[in-house]
Ligand binder design. Structure first.
Ligand code: 1GP
Length: 243
């Protein structure tokens, strides 16, 4: 019998059902050292990563295209755009997280940028995965907060974070991303991950400020289905290797 090819969202659902945890390496095209890209890709191929996310707060379209072209040539991992704004769309990727910044009240990040992106996405074959994006306060002001001009949710206000995640699920988002912000001082609290994971059905992505392998494991144990690692791997390409 012919096996049905699952799209990326279906693969994430399948993994959640089977309790197979997923790991995305986040590459910010702005921070890539191009001379050592091949070495980096070798490390990615040897790492436990299941996905590559590409995006950043400010990225030039041409650099995004270049990076995705290289990733598609030199890795087999699905490449998912994690956009900072509507200019970050490349038809060469496999999918895009179609984000709504649910923790903020800036209409640009709730609907304006989605309206701008829709006709562009319609012209591509990208798989569009609607994703609720919740920024949690993490110690210092993060790039997401600065660029989006929104405030993160208080890391102690569990009720508000839960209500936000549940509203996002009711609005039809397919994934929920709990974000502390890139390079965050404090990652999303494990108790918060647990509360959200237990009270929504869609897969939970967690990222921001996770700096060691134990941190990844702790997030999984709390209920994260997919963990995103950016800065720690950016700073140390041996990050995933056993000590
Ligand atoms: C940021 O969640 C990602 O959007 C990853 O954060 O760079 O802190 O790993 P870090």
């Amino acid at each position: 019998m012919e096996q049905k090819v699952l799209n990326i969202h279906q693969q994430i659902l399948e993994a959640k059902k089977e309790n197979r945890k997923l790991l995305a390496i986040l590459l910010d095209p702005d921070k890539i050292e191009w001379e050592s890209l091949d070495h980096l890709l070798l490390k990615i191929n040897k790492s436990p990563a299941t996905h590559i996310f590409v995006g950043g707060s400010i990225v030039q379209a041409i650099i995004l295209e270049d990076l995705i072209a290289q990733l598609k040539q030199k890795t087999n991992l699905p490449v998912v755009i994690f956009p900072g704004d509507p200019s970050q769309i490349s038809p060469q990727a496999d999918a895009i997280l179609f984000l709504s910044l649910l923790s903020g009240r800036n209409p640009d990040y709730l609907i304006e940028y989605q309206v701008q992106a829709a006709p562009i996405l319609k012209k591509t074959n990208l798989e569009v995965i609607s994703t609720g994006y919740i920024l949690i306060e993490s110690g210092n002001e993060t790039a997401v907060a600065r660029v989006s001009k929104t405030k993160p949710l208080n890391r102690e206000n569990f009720d508000l974070v839960l209500a936000t995640a549940q509203a996002g699920e009711m609005l039809g988002n397919k994934l929920m991303y709990l974000e502390a912000g890139s390079g965050a001082k404090n990652a999303v609290p494990l108790k918060m991950i647990r509360l959200i994971a237990q009270n929504i059905d869609i897969p939970v992505i967690v990222g921001g400020g996770i700096t060691d392998l134990q941190g990844i494991q702790n997030a999984y144990n709390a209920g994260a289905d997919l963990v995103v690692i950016g800065t720690a791997f950016e700073n140390n390409s041996h990050f995933f290797e056993p000590k």
